[in-house]
Each structure stands twice: as structure tokens, then as C-alpha cells.
Design a protein around this ligand. Structure first.
Ligand code: MG
Length: 223
């Protein structure tokens, strides 16, 4: 019985997610769902992306958090459109929350929308919100076993950033083993080691962003 209820919730959610994506397509906006554990560097990656691309691409951000607007305030300093969703306890964003936020986002004035999801590796992967791409950010301090513990997240990822690689010398994190676990779940996913602290790897990530934007312009909707 419970399984049926969950199925109904997810299919209603998928319908709204599809509408969100159609709206974004009609505006030519590429939307990226940013998922990670708390503290992996979601907001830092978004800030690095704004810094690297703001002269060539217009970026907007939706910040999801259980409470507070700390991250929104950090983004707002960069003078890009940013909206806060507080879920008030829910551990993930859903399509309806994003639908409401999209009404207030100036979609005609942006090219790429980053939607920072709630910090966890479980339910955020289950709920579609209407984005074109799933970005998963891992980080060195959280350990290299997360793909084995939370496989769904790594299965739905289009791109994985391994952040905080400046900390590798102080850690047992085995980046080769990590990539092997990831590829076992998701053969084609690209894994980019980065450090938001030193800027290492960020150019490769920015290229992935601009390439994705170019591809979506020609294909309408990538997936
Ligand atoms: Mg954040």
C-alpha cells in the first residue's frame, strides 16, 4: 500500500517536473540540479562558476535549504538573480517547489539556472525537478565509499565533481578507486577532480558547462 502511495506521489511529481522542463526549454535555459552531501561545496562550485562565466553566460540560481538564507546571501553578492526555497524540513526539493520558484525567476534574462538541492545523497536523487542535467559534487573529506553506499545518486549523475582535492595529501581518499566505483554504476559519467580553494580543475568543469549549454541550444532538450 505504501509503495503505491509513493508511486503516485512520484508520478505526480514527474508530471510537474516535465512542465518545468518545457518552460525552461521554451526560454532556452539550461537547468542543472546540484546535489551533494552537506558541506561538499555546492554553493562554492556555483560561486566559482559565476566567477568564471559571468562575462559570457547569464546565470541564475535557486537555493534550496531546509532553513536559512545564508547561501542565497553569498550568491546575491555576485549580482545574479537568486531565489531561496526553504523546505521547512523536507530533505529534498520537489517539482512543485521549483515550479513556484520559476514564476519569480527572470527566465528571459538568464542562460543557465543552477538549482542547489538540499544537502543529502538519498531523496534528492529520487525526485525529478525539471532540470536537464544532474551535477553531483563529492568531496575528499567525506571519503571514497559514497558511490557504494548511495548508488542511486551516482547512477542519475550526468557529471561528478570531486571537490577539495587540495586535501588529498591529508586523506586516505583513493581517487582511482572512487572512479572505478562510479564507473561501475554509471559507465559514461564524467568525473572531474576540482578544488574550489585553489581553482584546480575548474576550467575543465567550466568547459563542461559551456559545452552542455551549446548542446542544449541545438537539441532543444538534452534528456
Ligand atoms: Mg550550500
Amino acid at each position: 500500500m505504501e509503495i503505491k502511495v509513493l508511486k503516485d506521489i512520484l508520478s505526480a511529481n514527474d508530471r510537474i517536473a516535465h512542465e518545468n522542463q518545457k518552460l525552461l526549454d521554451s526560454k532556452g535555459v539550461l537547468a542543472i540540479n546540484v546535489m551533494a552531501s552537506p558541506g561538499a561545496g555546492k554553493t562554492s562550485v556555483i560561486l566559482q562558476t559565476i566567477a568564471g562565466l559571468k562575462d559570457i553566460i547569464r546565470i541564475g540560481v535557486i537555493e534550496g535549504d531546509v532553513s536559512s538564507s545564508i547561501d542565497t546571501e553569498r550568491i546575491a553578492k555576485e549580482n545574479v538573480p537568486v531565489l531561496q526555497i526553504n523546505t521547512g524540513g523536507e530533505c529534498h526539493l520537489d517539482a512543485n517547489m521549483v515550479k513556484r520558484a520559476l514564476r519569480d525567476m527572470p527566465l528571459d534574462d538568464i542562460d543557465i539556472l543552477f538549482i542547489e538541492n538540499i544537502g543529502n545523497l538519498i531523496c534528492t536523487a529520487e525526485f525529478k525537478i525539471g532540470t536537464h542535467k544532474n551535477l553531483v559534487i563529492a568531496s575528499v573529506p567525506e571519503g571514497d565509499d559514497k558511490p557504494l553506499k548511495y548508488p542511486l545518486m551516482f547512477t542519475v549523475a550526468d557529471i561528478i565533481l570531486v571537490n577539495k582535492i587540495d586535501l588529498l595529501p591529508y586523506s586516505k581518499f583513493d581517487i582511482k578507486a572512487y572512479e572505478r566505483s562510479v564507473k561501475g554504476l554509471n559507465e559514461n559519467v564524467e568525473v572531474i577532480p576540482v578544488s574550489c580553494a585553489t581553482g584546480k580543475g575548474i576550467q575543465r568543469w567550466l568547459k563542461w558547462v559551456t559545452d552542455s549549454k551549446d548542446n542544449i541550444d541545438t537539441e532543444g532538450s538534452a534528456k
